[in-house]
Ligand binder design. Structure first.
Ligand code: GAF
Length: 392
């Protein structure tokens, strides 16, 4: 059963009445453009078919009551909390994600209580943005209950505004200093396209992406090495980028071009140079990828994916052995290119694979993992899918 149906059925069972509505939001993969978002740069994500759904109804007493369905279908209940009492640090664990969104929306006048029942199939801890799928679905649900859906009516918020509110909840309530990639992807991606986003301006272009038409596929390899963005490694990279931009006298590393990279590096201390080299070259790789997609030369993406991975591994230093082994095995088995996706320190990799090489790539990756004695990775083919919205 689809997450939306599961959430609605569980809501009816728990509350004895149907929800007022069901909203859902997808996870994402980022084709290329990693750790560029908080440097005001470029990203190129697409939405996964995997989604998190929220069945919801308003409550008159101002309480937020949240339940989430576990893998066994059993609901787990969070401690009910008054929306008026929400404050950073007040809620811990998984419930911090929906609560943080309610807190951020309260600050923009969405103050009502709600019953929420959550169900989803975005792999958790896999670097595929399950937390943002949850946060975006909750945001749309709470806005919908308040009559402020992003449907273009008077006073309705825009998707970029909602993305900022979700970012605020993630940064200030959950405590993960993440950028705008994941929530923007979840909210603004559309079926059959990648989203070319200029994070500084918020301008986005839907670029058609049909790998199958070129005999290719994007294979996702979830390494099962779990990751987190609240434990310091991510924040340290971000702080390093901000320090480098300050030293270079620019608002963000986005303002350094590949042509100006050599001169910029000379002005920086050794410890910051690899960070800057990654961000500047990665932004350039996004722009080159978009050109390839516009001209239908999808196979040309392969070397750019490889270069992105090498840069994330060697310069940005956010890869781990499990990601490197997956990437190397995929390329050795015939992938045109492969790279880690998301923040790193675990999570998933993607590989651009000729369809006829699919079985061999999967076989070689599984074999390499078995040789290392690691947990078997999960693999699936990712097709650009719809962004967040109302299901029922
Ligand atoms: C994580 C963050 F949430 C994003 O904002 C982005 O920085 C990404 O890591 C790296 O590109 O997914």
């Amino acid at each position: 059963m689809r997450p939306g149906h599961r959430a609605a059925a569980a809501f009816t069972q728990l509350h004895g009445t149907a929800p007022e509505g069901v909203w859902s939001a997808p996870g994402r993969v980022n084709l290329i453009g990693e750790h560029t978002d908080y440097n005001d740069g470029f990203v190129l994500p697409f939405a996964l078919p995997h989604r998190t759904a929220v069945a919801a109804a308003a409550r008159a007493d101002g309480l937020l009551r949240v339940a989430t369905l576990g893998a066994d279908g059993e609901p787990q209940h969070a401690e009910p909390v008054a929306v008026a009492d929400l404050a950073p640090g007040a809620v811990e664990g998984w419930a911090a994600y929906p609560s943080g969104v309610a807190w951020a929306l309260r600050e923009v006048g969405v103050t009502g209580g709600a019953d929420l029942v959550i169900a989803g199939d975005v792999p958790a801890g896999a670097g595929l943005s399950s937390s943002h799928a949850l946060e975006c679905a909750v945001a749309l649900a709470l806005l919908g209950l308040a009559g402020r859906s992003p449907d273009g009516g008077p006073g309705s918020p825009t998707l970029p505004e909602i993305a900022r509110w979700v970012q605020r909840s993630e940064n200030d309530f959950v405590g993960a200093p993440t950028g705008l990639l994941d929530q923007t992807a979840s909210l603004r991606c559309t079926e059959a396209h990648v989203l070319f986003l200029d994070v500084r301006s918020g301008e986005a272009e839907q670029v058609p992406f049909d790998a199958a038409a070129r005999g290719l596929e994007v294979l996702v390899i979830d390494t099962r090495a779990s990751h987190s963005h609240t434990d310091g490694g991510y924040a340290a990279r971000r702080a390093g980028c901000e320090e480098a931009a300050d030293l270079l006298g620019v608002p963000a590393l986005r303002d350094i071009s590949v042509d100006g990279l050599g001169a910029a590096l000379e002005k920086l201390p050794e410890r910051l140079r690899p960070l800057v080299r990654h961000v500047v070259t990665e932004n350039d790789r996004v722009l080159r990828s978009v050109e390839l997609l516009r001209s239908g030369e999808l196979a040309g993406l392969g070397p750019l994916l490889d270069a992105s991975h090498a840069s994330l591994r060697d310069d940005y230093r956010v890869s781990v052995d499990e990601l490197d082994v997956a990437v190397d095995a995929a390329v050795a088995a015939g992938a045109l290119g492969a790279r880690m996706v998301g923040g790193g320190f675990g999570g998933s990799a993607i590989a651009l694979v000729p369809v006829e090489r699919h079985d061999e790539v999967v076989r070689r990756v599984l074999h390499a993992y078995a040789e290392h004695g690691w947990t078997k990775p999960r693999t699936f083919t990712a097709v650009p899918s719809a962004g967040a919205g109302r299901d029922e």
